[in-house]
Design a protein around this ligand. Structure first.
Ligand code: SAM
Length: 243
């Protein structure tokens, strides 16, 4: 269960809503049971259930002990052309579970305009999906998501500052570019992986990314769905970065 630090008062926490439902219905916890607790962007530990109120409004109270450091900071960030809302929901949860530091959601020529009206872009909705992924993975490091509605302003004005954070930038493009093993740079630091829209990056976009320092990377000739490509590339580069 993930908590904000200020939800703990004198080592006690009171949970209601979705979190109480989860503890009562899914974990089937009883008084005295231990549950894993994590502070968002902070330590991990456990809670001992003291009281469960099963009738509505439901609530659970627990005594909290924080003992462990959070898992180490993620090594991969993702730059993603805004996908359709239903796919973005899944990607947010899955990337949070896999572990990323930052997700940049970017406009591109082949991103449908209507995707920008999606409720999943609302900060609170995004946060809920990220928290689900973190809870799944028993992690506490909440990824930072930023939204960039103009491709060109992002590339020209924002990227030059951001680039300093990265040892390696790769842009995923199906075809005959090198694979992850061939283009990976074994230096310490973060990697930024850019994945295009359903219709692919256009030539101007790939050219701009390459000019800004991204190396093209391919997973071969198979055309993968955006979410498959994101997850496969994350897993591959994440493994390489841990070496
Ligand atoms: N026809 C489009 C093209 O050729 O680029 C297909 C786009 S694909 C559905 C969406 C995005 O997923 C691509 O822009 C790319 O970033 C990534 N992708 C899909 N398959 C890939 C592969 N085999 N290698 C690298 N990236 C891939």
């Amino acid at each position: 269960i993930l908590l904000e630090a200020d939800e703990i008062d004198d080592c006690q926490v009171r949970l209601d809503g979705r979190r109480a439902d989860h503890i009562i219905d899914v974990l089937r916890a009883r008084p005295g049971d231990l549950i894993k607790i994590g502070i968002i962007n902070g330590k991990v530990g456990h809670g001992t259930i003291k009281e469960l109120r099963r009738s509505r409004p439901r609530s659970v109270t627990a005594t909290v002990v924080l003992e462990g450091e959070p898992p180490s900071a993620p090594l991969i960030d993702v730059l993603l052309a805004l996908p359709r809302p239903i796919m973005l929901k899944r990607i947010l949860t899955q990337l949070a579970a896999l572990g990323i530091g930052r997700l940049y959601l970017l406009n591109a020529h082949r991103v449908e305009k209507s995707f920008w009206d999606a409720s999943v872009l609302d900060e609170q909705n995004r946060r809920q999906l990220l928290l689900q992924g973190l809870e799944q993975a028993v992690d506490t490091m909440l990824p930072l998501v930023t939204v960039h509605r103009g491709f060109r302003p992002f590339i020209e004005d924002e990227l030059p500052q951001l680039i300093r954070r990265y040892k390696q930038l790769v842009v995923a493009h199906p075809g005959d570019a090198p694979g992850p093993l061939d283009c990976y740079r074994p230096e310490p630091g973060l990697t930024l992986v850019a994945v295009g829209p359903e219709g692919g990056w256009n030539d101007y976009e790939v050219g701009s990314l390459v000019q800004s320092g991204f190396s093209p990377v391919s997973l071969g000739p198979r055309i993968l769905r955006v979410e498959t490509a994101v997850i496969a590339l994350h897993a591959l580069f994440n493994q390489l970065c841990q070496r």
